[in-house]
Design a protein around this ligand. Structure first.
Ligand SMILES: [Zn+2]
Length: 111
């Protein structure tokens, strides 16, 4: 876009013109989006405690959509990561249990 004051081409995300220092009118009335901290918490938790991360991320995603907050991407990433790790945990648990069951039955027949 172009600066309304000096007419020089400036970055679209610029709030203040780097050439003349005038604040860009379009951004003046736009309140900066609030960041949803819960989305970050959910994202971090998804690596540590997948179930807690999944719940946090789902709430954060809902909150981001309802209140138009920044961080919806983080929340979505948190949901995906925690869901994947949760599925991985469940699969490995099933594998461990079935292997234990197999071991137990092998042991039972051996005895
Ligand atoms: Zn300017």
């Amino acid at each position: 876009m172009f600066c309304k004051n000096c007419g020089k081409e400036i970055n679209d995300s610029a709030i203040v013109c780097p050439y003349c220092g005038v604040q860009i009118a379009e951004f003046k009335n736009n309140e900066p989006k609030q960041h949803c901290t819960l989305a970050i918490v959910g994202f971090v938790l998804s690596f540590l405690i997948s179930i807690a991360g999944l719940i946090c991320s789902i709430i954060a995603r809902k909150k981001c959509n309802e209140e138009n907050l920044e961080g919806g991407g983080f929340a979505l990433a948190g949901i995906i990561i925690s869901a994947v790790s949760l599925v991985g945990t469940v699969i490995s648990l099933i594998l461990i249990i079935s292997m234990m069951g197999l071991a137990a039955s092998t042991l039972a027949t051996a005895l």
